[in-house]
Design a protein around this ligand. Sequence first.
Ligand code: NAD
Length: 475
Amino acid sequence: MKITLGNTLPPYPAFIEGIRRAPDRSYTLTPAQTATALKNALRYIPLELHEQLAPEFMEELRTRGRIYGYRFRPAGDLKARPIDEYRGKCVEGKAFQVMIDNNLCFDIALYPYELVTYGETGQVCQNWMQYLLIKQYLEELTPEQTLVIESGHPLGLFRSRPDAPRVIITNSMMIGQFDNQHDWHIAAQMGVANYGQMTAGGWMYIGPQGIVHGTFNTLLNAGRLKLGIPQDKDLRGHFFVSSGLGGMSGAQPKAAEIAGAASIIAEVDSSRIETRYRQGWVGHVTQDLSEAFRLAKEAMERREPCSVAYHGNVVDLLEYAEREQIHIELLSDQTSCHAVYEGGYCPAGLTFEERTRLLHESPDQFRRLADASLRRHFEVIRKLVVRGTYFFDYGNSFMKAVYDAGVKEISRNGVDEKDGFIWPSYVEDIMGPQLFDYGYGPFRWVCLSGRHEDLIKTDRAAMECIDVNRRGQDL
Ligand code: NAD
């Protein structure tokens, strides 16, 4: 059996107005690397269409920094349908198709046309040709086979056993001297590396609800360990500040509310604020810093939960708090610092729209502004920490990004990153001693069986973790 795309060229798609688009990732390849990039994309296409598609792919590479193969994207929204409406020879093959579509639908994906689910750069696969081929393989997959995927490229169906994994996926395996941002950027443009984040390239992203109980546990335990909150109390009357209302970070205001806290989360992109507000994940929206802090203060006085989205840059928010001597008890950051120079971190002084334009027009200037902003960000956190704020890294590479921006003082030994950084990560300081050390995890559950009673069981297990921790019992 041969799985191919067929030789009818689909019409070029119309892009729907209002759907977020990924910024230009910038084209930096040499002529030889460009030839490889085109070959890699064209290997999915029948020979007779190469002449027509090669210039189209080249244009995508030149203007978007990637070959997405937009023409092969199925038209409209890819909203996941009920499992029985998918074709397949086993339930897993159908379930994976539900998951992939769920990762790519307009309501959930960050940049649906560019196959980005969340985390600025986390993609399901590299291009739409791969998407179509993966779907065909999943339709053929049997319980005696395993589909192997390498950075979005389907290697094929291999004979295995019913108790073996149905799909094995690797993403972005950069090794040895190529394991650095510069070479990764080249590999991604050449079509040999897909950045999968944690659950985009693993197809199991389920929106911020996938992380809300983990974020709740982190915040509650931070309160217990650092603010002395007793086991039978929650964060009522306490204050948490962070940034990001994106794919994962969007869980922060809801988790803080469940834990009883007052919170302010800074977000530069108004469209993401609107999404979270519409979905009920954040309670208030303001562009006014004094209003944001007033709302939080009043809620703390009433000992009521409250979440505020501040539309603006987190650096401005923190500098305001420092200037006005407002005490922040718990502070973190969830900008996408794992991809600072691809637009994951918006420099202070730029609006979100200016950030997107600058990424396209002058990536070098963007880089300089991002570095300057990270240095300011570090300085203001340092001042707040001296005043008693507990800052923790939330697994977003913030401290590494600050180090890369030239701040050597953020490293423990003042020289390199080998001994870690001066502030703790939530894993070592908050979750380790309280939960991970006792085998708690994982943060996400995916129910593939397609049976309703299994889904209920999975959901109940997640809720029990929240309840048990709220009551202060050992897990
Ligand atoms: P995302 O890109 O969807 O969201 C980040 C948000 O930050 C975006 O909406 C962006 O507009 C906003 N932003 C960027 N710069 C800003 C600035 N200076 N001020 C205010 N807002 C700004 O990414 P995500 O999925 O929410 O994840 C965020 C980061 O957190 C990633 O690096 C991710 O890997 C990490 N993360 C780690 C864990 C963990 O458990 N370790 C969990 C969740 C997220």
